[in-house]
Design a protein around this ligand. Structure first.
Ligand code: VGL
Ligand code: ZN
Length: 181
């Protein structure tokens, strides 16, 4: 069984937001098409969100962003009925880039019989990469949707894609998923 994981497509990571990822708004449409395609086929759709408390430790390194309940933390993609929403980095003293860190995502996916993950969203070299590497480590087959991810820097994104491939991820284009789902 396949599932889609949409990483941190939230207002604060869009251009004009608190921690902008260049070009992140350009992938909203593609993420939405993937979300529609998976949910139409009753395949699980996971939406992760950075969901920080006011006093989160990451605000020592990053501008204040994605404070839970604020506008900046809202999703900019469609949230289909039945979507699994995974809130991460919710504890003040713990950073968590991976959607598997400190969440029940693994158990929920296993409970649904999922073995193959398609990952899109932001930021390629932070939360996307950490999520993909964790997923590979715990035995999922992972596809990174290269035209539906964006990085904070181009160099960071390029290196992250290489690292994910080196650990066993496959890189795929959205059109190839949509035509073969
Ligand atoms: C992220 C930096 C800080 C991400 C989250 O979603 O990639 N990056 N918090
Ligand atoms: Zn964060």
């Amino acid at each position: 069984m396949k599932a889609l994981i949409v990483v941190d497509m939230q207002r604060d990571f869009m251009p004009g937001g608190a921690l902008p990822v260049p070009g992140a708004d350009e992938i909203i449409g593609t993420c939405n098409r993937l979300i529609e395609a998976f949910s139409e086929r009753n395949l699980p759709v996971v939406l992760t969100r950075d969901w920080h408390p006011e006093n989160h430790v990451s605000f020592k390194i990053w501008p204040r962003h994605c404070v839970r309940g604020t506008e900046g933390a809202e999703f900019v993609v469609r949230v289909p009925e039945g979507a699994l929403i995974v809130s991460k980095a919710t504890e003040p003293d713990k950073e968590a880039y991976s959607a598997f860190q400190g969440t029940d995502l693994e158990e929920r996916l296993r409970g649904l019989g999922v073995s193959e993950l398609y990952v899109c969203g932001v930021a390629t070299e932070y939360c996307v990469k950490a999520t993909v590497l964790d997923a590979l480590r715990i035995g999922f087959r992972v596809y990174v949707v290269e035209d539906a991810v964006r990085g904070i820097s181009e160099e960071g994104e390029r290196r992250a894609l290489e690292e994910m491939k080196g650990e066993g991820a496959a890189v795929i284009k959205a059109a190839d998923i949509l035509s073969g789902l």
